[in-house]
Design a protein around this ligand. Structure first.
Ligand code: SP5
Ligand code: ZN
Length: 341
């Protein structure tokens, strides 16, 4: 059996649209239906045990994120409703704070631009609650694994790996996998492997100067893909953390064989680090027919990736990240997770 931590609270986060390249409004790709597809596929297995997360409070979240940022997430919706804005369907700024020496402004839209990196981390009434329960799913999975489970799955929504210490980005608000990895790091050595199609820039930001948590991200080259400003091969950590971060940028059209070659390099770095725990940021948008992706890993390839990561023999927390081909999401996740049970 594998414990799957899941909360219905995610349904409260259901933004009406996001803004794509060129300013076009499209239906929000990171939608509640994703979870239904996964739950459906899990219910057809005989090994998934869906469980409510425990409430860990805010301390383990503040251990990773800036307090003022979390307070912004908690309070911005009420302020938004009190504001003069014409369309209040979702809080999105139109001006962004380049981290070149920005002042933190007082106005709501100013703070939204200060704390948001792009136009896909849309905030609605239930976003904060959903993001909290998503983080609690990751913490619950970490606790299960610390208590002796070989693996546990955090069915997180919203996802987390684009959220940095003090910013939301790319459908992410609280960095679930990082919160779990940091929580585990007080117990023993942790490595975090991010296989989402997009670079885990938020995770990179959070652990960049730390040597106690090895972070690795395999993703589409930021030279052409979101998040554009992080994920290059020459970003390897800073200060004490130098040498404890690794990016594997991949080209468009990367197939199973090419992907698995990069994965093998990542796995040997993890073996050399000799962690006790592994946290996997499991995005399924590497799938060949993902609407956001350009990588061509098949469902069999995803199962093989699971098989090889599982072969490390580490206590493993698997945290849900992206993946937007809802028709394929169920089988991709069960194929991947099935290798860890
Ligand atoms: C968790 C996660 O996977 N977040 C990804 C967020 C990506 N958002 C940026 C979308 C860029 C839109 N480009 C549209 C190209 C469509 N062919
Ligand atoms: Zn992604």
């Amino acid at each position: 059996m594998m414990k799957v931590f899941y909360s219905e609270t995610h349904r409260k986060h259901d933004p009406p649209f996001e803004v794509f390249d060129g300013g076009v409004r499209v239906p929000y790709l990171e939608n509640p239906d994703r979870m239904d597809r996964i739950l459906n596929a899990l219910s057809e297995t005989d090994w998934a045990e869906v469980t409510e997360p425990t409430d860990f409070g805010l301390d383990p979240i503040h251990a990773v994120h800036d307090r003022d940022y979390i307070h912004f997430l908690a309070s911005c919706w009420t302020e938004w409703l009190d504001s003069e804005a014409k369309d209040k369907s979702t809080l999105l700024p139109s001006t962004f704070a380049l981290r070149r020496n920005p002042q933190k402004p007082a106005s709501l839209l100013g703070r939204a631009g200060y704390y948001m990196m792009d136009l896909s981390a849309c905030i609605v009434e239930g976003t904060y609650q959903a993001a909290l329960s998503s983080a609690h799913c990751a913490l619950s999975a970490a606790q299960a694994v610390a208590n002796g489970e070989r693996s546990a799955f955090a069915l997180c929504r919203p996802p987390g790996h684009h959220a940095g210490k003090d910013y939301a980005a790319g459908y992410c608000f609280i960095n679930n996998a990082s919160v779990a990895a940091n929580w585990l790091s007080s117990k023993d050595k942790v490595a975090l492997l991010d296989i989402d199609y997009h670079c885990g820039n938020g995770t990179q930001d959070i652990f960049y100067e730390r040597e106690d948590v090895l972070t690795i991200s395999i993703h589409a080259d930021p030279d052409f893909e979101y998040p554009h400003f992080a994920g290059f091969a020459d970003e390897t950590g800073k200060g004490a953390g130098l040498g404890f971060h690794k990016n594997f940028p991949l080209e468009k059209g990367t197939d199973n064989a090419r992907y698995l070659a990069a994965l093998e390099e990542a796995l040997s770095l993890i073996r050399r680090f000799e962690p006790k725990y592994l946290v996997v940021s499991a995005g399924m948008d590497i799938y060949a027919d993902d609407p956001l992706g350009t990588i061509r890993v098949t469902t069999d390839g995803i199962r093989e990736i699971g098989h090889r990561i599982s072969g490390l023999g580490l206590r493993t927390v698997i945290a849900m990240e992206g993946g937007y081909n809802n028709d394929a999401l169920g089988r991709n996740i069960t194929g991947f997770l099935g290798e860890f049970k």
